[in-house]
Design a protein. Structure first.
Length: 384
């Protein structure tokens, strides 16, 4: 396998029509290609016998598949650092992590190697690298887009998602990825509520307040189980990863050190912890559903602090909290979009997240387009 520009692409392709150029994460099957999932342990796996269903949809939409994207090994990490295939280089902030696990997808979009990229999101794995690299990303409603031909084969959290350079690009990408997706138009401004979150003031003050100033009447609400939902999401992703990848632990030397350690820890998760996490899932989902009867969209910061540098990311404690506001909505299954909005004099990576009602993905995309075209915080950034 040959690493291309910015270490974003593990295999160049020339497949499909003459439509949008698309890069597909390496845990999604393309017939005749190995889905190595960013791991040396799977480099010699048999090539896929058929396309994943989402790949079939892309080809039917006349997309031009130009590559398979690098990723954090086994889609089980948040830095994007990859010992086997090389770490994708963040085009806008090369000393900072590209994010994970859809690192190559985010880098390919930010570097202009494609028009949009397909990733997967089990605990923020589309949205976090999108913000790290300064692009837009969507995690659709859980179950809306087929995971047939994606790895691991079974997940109660994972969604196929897309990354693009604009909010409109997300809408166009979703139309290609999901034949049932139909764009909508808003008749009135959406009712937006900010979810109270604890975050670094260097991110929160210039970011959220600027957006809220533009929204004017936006309300503040609490989701009391937000922190518990983050922890429950960590428990369930570990439990499911351990089941999916336990066979690879028979040759642990083929795994990266970080993934090996996480899998070792995941194998120790007790059944009672899984039961507790599932109860939190039910209760938190009910909280989000109730809030969305009063508001059209919920808003959080995308990340609690600026993504760490590559050097800082060697300490796991600097990385794990990055998905604090993202992972809960994998647990609940609601669609969520991140919008990049760099902060501070140095214009460091940051952004906001908006969450919508289940299966109202098109409405959420329309809100994202509305926000970026009407709010001063976004229009000033666009014109900077």
């Amino acid at each position: 396998m040959v690493i291309q520009d910015h270490n974003a692409i593990v295999k160049a392709l020339d497949l499909g029509g003459n439509g949008p150029r698309v890069v597909v994460k390496d845990c999604i099957d393309i017939a005749g290609e190995v889905s190595a999932c960013g791991s040396a342990a799977l480099m010699d796996a048999a090539p896929a016998a058929s396309h994943a269903e989402v790949v079939e949809n892309l080809l039917a939409a006349n997309c031009h598949l130009v590559g398979k994207a690098n990723m954090h090994e086994l889609a089980y990490g948040m830095t994007g650092v990859n010992e086997a295939f090389g770490t994708p280089i963040n085009p806008k902030w090369p000393n900072r992590i590209p994010g994970g696990s859809s690192s190559g997808s985010a880098v390919a979009v930010a570097a202009g190697l494609c028009d949009f990229a397909v990733g997967t999101d089990t605990g923020g794995s589309v949205r976090q690298p999108a913000i790290c690299c300064g692009v837009f990303g969507i995690k659709p409603t859980y179950g809306r887009i087929s995971r047939k031909g994606c790895h691991p084969a079974s997940s109660s959290l994972d969604c196929v998602g897309v990354l693009a350079r604009t909010a409109q690009g997300l809408t166009e990408a979703m139309q290609a990825l999901d034949p049932s997706f139909k764009p909508v138009s808003m008749a009135t401004a959406p009712r937006v509520a900010r979810v109270k979150c604890s975050l670094d003031k260097s991110v929160g003050d210039p970011l959220i307040y600027a957006v809220m100033e533009g929204l004017g009447t936006a309300s503040y609400i609490e989701l009391p189980l937000m922190e518990d939902a983050f922890e429950a999401g960590m428990t369930l992703i570990g439990h499911e990863a351990a089941k999916a990848y336990a066979p690879l632990m028979q040759a642990p030397e083929k795994l990266g050190a970080d993934v090996r350690q996480r899998l070792e820890n995941a194998l120790k998760i007790a059944p009672c912890a899984v039961e507790k996490a599932e109860k939190i899932r039910r209760d938190f989902t009910a909280q989000v559903d109730e809030a969305l009867t009063r508001f059209d969209v919920l808003m959080t910061p995308a990340l609690p602090f600026v993504p760490p540098t590559l050097d800082e990311a060697q300490d796991p404690s600097t990385v794990l909290p990055l998905t604090r506001f993202l992972r809960p909505f994998n647990l609940s299954g609601h669609p969520a979009i991140v919008l990049p909005l760099p902060v501070g004099r140095e214009k460091l990576p940051a952004g906001i997240q908006i969450i919508g009602r289940k299966n109202e993905d098109a409405e959420l995309c329309e809100v994202a387009e509305w926000l970026t075209s009407t709010l001063t915080a976004f229009t000033e950034e666009k014109n900077a």
